[in-house]
Design a protein around this ligand. Structure first.
Ligand SMILES: C[S@@+](CC[C@H](N)C(=O)[O-])C[C@H]1O[C@@H](n2cnc3c(N)ncnc32)[C@H](O)[C@@H]1O
Length: 251
């Protein structure tokens, strides 16, 4: 499969309007782009939302995948200030006009979209990467997604984002569709995985409820068994959110 974004990714850069060369600094890779493309082809969203445009590579993948009848909304607080509008330049240069940019912080835009009664059937989250920020974004996205909608997150190998993925994995109304991309398999990571397995085995005579109270979730449930062992992870909303008012699950 060839997507217009892949031409830029293959060269790892593009020619700026002034004729000089710009090297990419912040973009999904081709495997991650193919994953977004395949999700869009499978679930056929028409109204999509994205947080974080930067140089425009993921936005290009989404705009091309939804086609000219689709409508893509991009939230990027710093497109003109930090990114010199490179993302918008790449989108326009590739011929896409099926997008709108909202240049404002996601934490301010998402509640506004909810208040306006907007719905998006595919959302890609790749903005500010702290645990609390991504969790706040997901709180709104859960309300902006119709049943059947899909949300995908970038950089899910980062500890903070991995913990948000674990929390979402517990939601009764979301199913994990899987992850792509490699977590770096460092010696430290492999040693830790071995130690976690040993600790889990040592605690196995105890019931699951007590183990949950005593042990970190990453000891109890591996990323692999939760399908979170990648750098881009997607979930599908399977039902309305009917959680009890004080619902909580360890993560
Ligand atoms: C990792 S880059 C996005 C890369 C892009 N998704 C891609 O793969 O081609 C992160 C982007 O998030 C934007 N950003 C950071 N904090 C934000 C916030 N609070 N609200 C909206 N956008 C934010 C930055 O300006 C930047 O463009």
């Amino acid at each position: 499969m060839t997507l217009k974004a892949f031409e830029i990714l293959d060269k790892n850069g593009f020619t700026k309007p002034d004729g000089s060369w710009y090297e990419l600094t912040s973009a999904i890779d081709k495997e991650e782009g193919s994953f977004l493309h395949s999700l869009i082809k499978q679930y056929q969203p028409k109204n999509t939302l994205e947080i974080g445009c930067a140089e425009g590579l993921s936005s290009m993948v989404i705009c091309e995948s939804i086609g000219s009848t689709g409508k893509h909304t991009i939230i990027d607080a710093f497109q003109s200030t930090d990114w010199s509008n490179h993302g918008i330049y790449n989108l326009k240069k590739a011929g896409f006009d099926n997008f709108t940019l909202i240049e404002e912080r996601s934490e301010l835009v998402l509640p506004q979209l909810l208040k306006e009664g907007k719905k998006y059937d595919f959302v890609f989250v790749d903005g500010w990467h702290t645990f609390d920020h991504v969790l706040v974004e997901f709180f709104y996205i859960n309300n902006l997604l119709p049943v059947g909608g899909v949300v995908a997150f970038d950089d899910t190998g980062l500890t903070g984002i991995n913990r948000v993925m674990r929390y979402i994995s517990n939601y009764p109304n979301f199913e994990c569709l899987g992850s792509v991309g490699d977590h770096p398999k460092t010696l430290k990571r492999r040693a830790l995985t071995g130690m976690k397995k040993a600790v889990n085995a040592a605690f196995s005579p105890l019931g699951q409820r007590i183990k949950k109270e005593l042990l970190n979730d990453t000891v109890l449930r591996t990323d692999k068994e939760l399908k979170l062992n990648g750098t881009v992870t997607a979930f599908r909303k399977t039902a309305e959110d009917k959680r009890h008012w004080a619902w909580y699950e360890h993560f």
